[in-house]
Ligand binder design. Structure first.
Ligand SMILES: C[S@@+](CC[C@H](N)C(=O)[O-])C[C@H]1O[C@@H](n2cnc3c(N)ncnc32)[C@H](O)[C@@H]1O
Length: 216
């Protein structure tokens, strides 16, 4: 397996505009129109779920390896893995019957799920794209205008990242929204990996940070 690199950034700590950016988003509703294909794709996915079960969302699931793993660990829940990359989703492993994959942009999917009244049991963001350049702040999910919609989905939220600044900002953005959250440094072996990227990062000797919060 090729070694991967820790994200490199000229940013040395919390972004100086993080607080004002998050507060602005918390005080407004994001108005960008949904992509035309998003509502029917969401409806198709929602129609496959058993209505008597709670939902666990694996946002940015890549190939769905983590989705399959979560489905085995939580046989009483419906596990939904969402990713924008058809190339990754096509490479999914065998899926248990309670695992479901959907191709969608998360910024649309979260708003549709909120509008449909979804309240999650758990929500995983495993190693989202770090967007490490300071000018990319608003691409990080906690500084994105969709942040209030993500929070409204509730549940036990868990972020993992090998980019410490991302984890620290994520925890602060949760605190700004009134939730208790801290950054933990995990000590993991390869067999503990929650996702394929995490397995690669562990093999490369990266530090893995976790932020958890109860959004209910
Ligand atoms: C670094 S990979 C991590 C994949 C997986 N969670 C893992 O840990 O192995 C980030 C994933 O997020 C997906 N992604 C990035 N932006 C997205 C968006 N706006 N909507 C849906 N998926 C997105 C990418 O396609 C990619 O598969």
């Amino acid at each position: 397996m090729n070694k991967s690199s820790v994200p490199v950034s000229s940013q040395v700590g919390i972004h100086p505009r993080l607080v004002e950016t998050v507060q602005r988003h918390l005080g407004s509703t994001w108005q960008r129109p949904l992509r035309a294909y998003s509502p029917p794709a969401f409806a198709r996915l929602a129609g496959r779920l058993r209505v008597d079960r709670r939902i666990i969302l694996d946002s940015g699931c890549g190939t769905g390896w983590s989705t399959a793993r979560l489905a085995v660990a939580h046989p009483d829940c419906e596990i939904v893995g969402v990713d924008q990359s058809p190339a990754r989703l096509r490479r999914h492993p065998p899926l248990p019957p309670n695992a479901h994959l959907a191709r969608a942009d998360l910024a649309d999917f979260w708003r549709l799920a909120r509008a449909a009244g979804w309240r999650l049991a758990r929500h995983y963001l495993l190693h989202p794209n770090p967007w490490p350049k300071p000018g990319q702040l608003q691409r990080r999910w906690h500084a994105h205008p969709v942040w209030p919609d993500l929070l409204a989905l509730g549940g036990e939220l868990e972020l993992r990242s090998n980019f410490e600044i991302y984890a620290r900002e994520f925890a602060l953005a949760l605190q700004l929204a009134g939730f208790s959250a801290d950054v933990e440094l995990l000590s993991l072996n390869a067999e503990d990996a929650a996702s394929l990227f995490e397995r690669k990062y562990i093999a490369s000797g990266h530090r893995i940070f976790r932020v958890r919060a109860c959004l209910d």
